[in-house]
Design a binder for this molecule. Structure first.
Ligand code: EPU
Length: 456
């Protein structure tokens, strides 16, 4: 028996959605139905920071209702930005005209909650001449250093001091354009450079930039604001600094990570899911792997339908920066691969510790061996970095229910679909972590026919 009704039938489900930390799942049923994906977590939060750069108010549409958005909203508010509901559901307006420096205590209250605060540096330096960054949070999937960010800010002329309060960054002589080559095409560091360079004096050339679709969408936001940004081949971005920027009106790109997650849920549970709002173009690499693994999809005007096309087949996948196979896609895919006939290999090359989540899948009956220092397999290209791990998955193995604790966002989502695919009952704890990136999670599971209760 399901405890939750859909939002329209039960207005209180939203409250429970936010409160539920522990759920009990009775698995073994295919997930079938339709879910909608809205704006991307990894664009919306950055576009919200960009609003600080405008001299007039901005409006962002399709903002996902997730806790990462709440953290950024709250940080904007402590800096004097007025954040209000916009003119349509899911939109927010940001009025930065009263922006002020925040007190240490107010900033510190956000320590450990998200990684986005680091992107406030450039906008705050332009606005106030200084920025204070709390200890950063985010998923524990590796060291996640911020050296690229700090080196880039120094190249713009900023001074970085570590104090007992956190990191204090000042720009007594303003910020000037810079020549920057990232050691690795980091998403966050590329965004840092964009958000700083748009108002720095002169031209910035960024080489080895990340070119994820969410970054291209952030460039579109900044261009609407009056920025001059051009993109050249081979990961080069040129930014001509301007004196002032205005607000924007922008609809966020869809969340392709969430779309891929539901696609893998259909594969793992032998279900049939239509993901409204999903688009083919930004998911080409995922769709290729999905098909090779035995998935079937149908691209339509308003979304993509996903299901199995027959028996699942093993694949060899290597995560990479865009246009490669995203690191955020491997976790739900691995659950599906436990049901493929043969040996699959997933090489993780973006983060140094992003396969730890597989331990719980093994507890549920999966045959997965993690090689912490990678694995040489035939036909591999030289990875972009030495740092890598590999998971070898042998299937098919029946999964059975277990009591599992969510370790991080994507790993946690993979536990949900493993529990839904498994025979018997599972308890999944720490579900709040999944809500950092998946909006209306319970409502969507409910719409797909999942059998679960919120128990704590
Ligand atoms: N790195 C450094 N130094 C730096 C910055 C990054 O060594 O200063 C390393 C990282 O440790 C990592 C690699 O570079 O090994 C890539 O990190 P990147 O900076 O690209 O990641 P990010 O900006 O921190 C974003 C997403 C992640 C997503 C990655 C890769 C956000 C808020 N987060 O992280 O999303 O996995 O890009 O695409 O945009 C998620 O959604 O679950 C998630 C973790």
């Amino acid at each position: 028996m399901k405890t939750l009704l859909s939002d329209s039938a039960n207005p209180k489900s939203g409250d429970r959605e936010m409160a539920g930390e522990v759920i009990r799942i009775r698995g073994g049923r295919p997930l079938t139905g339709r879910v909608e994906v809205k704006g991307a977590k990894n664009l919306a939060t950055k576009a919200m920071v960009a609003a600080l750069l405008g001299e007039t108010a901005s409006i962002l549409r399709d903002v996902p209702d997730i806790s990462d958005v709440q953290v950024v909203k709250s940080l904007l508010e402590v800096h004097g930005v007025v954040v209000e509901a916009g003119d349509e559901p899911g939109s927010l307006t940001f009025d930065p005209s009263g922006a002020v420096a925040a007190h240490f205590e107010e900033i510190d209250a956000h320590a450990g909650a998200s990684r986005i605060p680091i992107l406030f540096c450039g906008p705050l330096l332009h606005l106030l001449g200084e920025a204070l960054i709390p200890d950063l949070g985010g998923c524990r999937i590796g060291d996640r250093p911020i050296n690229f960010h700090m080196d880039a800010l120094r190249a713009f002329g900023a001074i970085v001091d570590k104090s007992y309060e956190g990191i204090r960054i000042t720009a007594p002589n303003g910020l000037h354009g810079a020549n920057i080559e990232l050691p690795y095409p980091s998403v966050g560091a590329t965004e840092q450079v964009l958000l700083t360079a748009v108002k720095a004096e002169g031209v910035t050339e960024l080489r080895n930039a990340a070119i994820e679709p969410e970054i291209m969408d952030l460039i579109a936001v900044l261009q609407k604001m009056g920025a001059i940004i051009s993109y050249e081949p081979n990961r080069v971005i040129l930014i001509e600094g301007v004196d002032s920027l205005r607000g924007y009106d922008h609809r966020s790109i869809f969340d392709r990570n969430e779309a891929a997650s539901w696609a893998c849920a259909a594969l793992a549970t032998d279900g049939d899911i239509f993901v409204g709002g999903a688009r083919q173009q930004e998911m080409l690499t995922f769709l290729n792997v999905f098909r090779k693994a035995g998935g079937w999809f149908d691209v339509r005007e308003d979304g993509i339908q996903f299901r199995r096309g027959g028996v699942l087949k093993p694949v060899v996948v290597e995560t990479d920066v865009h246009p490669g196979f995203m690191t955020d896609w491997q976790q739900p895919l691995i659950v599906a691969l436990t049901q493929a006939e043969g040996e699959s290999i997933v090489h993780e090359t973006v983060y140094e510790n992003r396969l730890g989540f597989t331990t719980a899948l093994v507890q549920m009956g999966a045959d997965i061996v993690v090689h912490p220092h990678g694995l040489d397999t035939e036909g591999r290209r030289v990875p972009r970095r030495a740092l890598e791990q590999a998971a070898v998955i042998n299937g098919p193995t029946p999964l059975h229910g277990a009591d599992v604790v969510v370790p991080d966002l994507r790993g946690g989502y993979s536990y949900l679909i493993a529990a839904l695919a498994a025979e018997g009952e599972s308890v999944v704890r720490n579900v709040g972590i999944i809500r950092r990136g998946y909006e209306k999670l319970f409502t969507k599971l409910d719409a797909l026919g999942a059998d679960f209760d919120v128990v704590g």
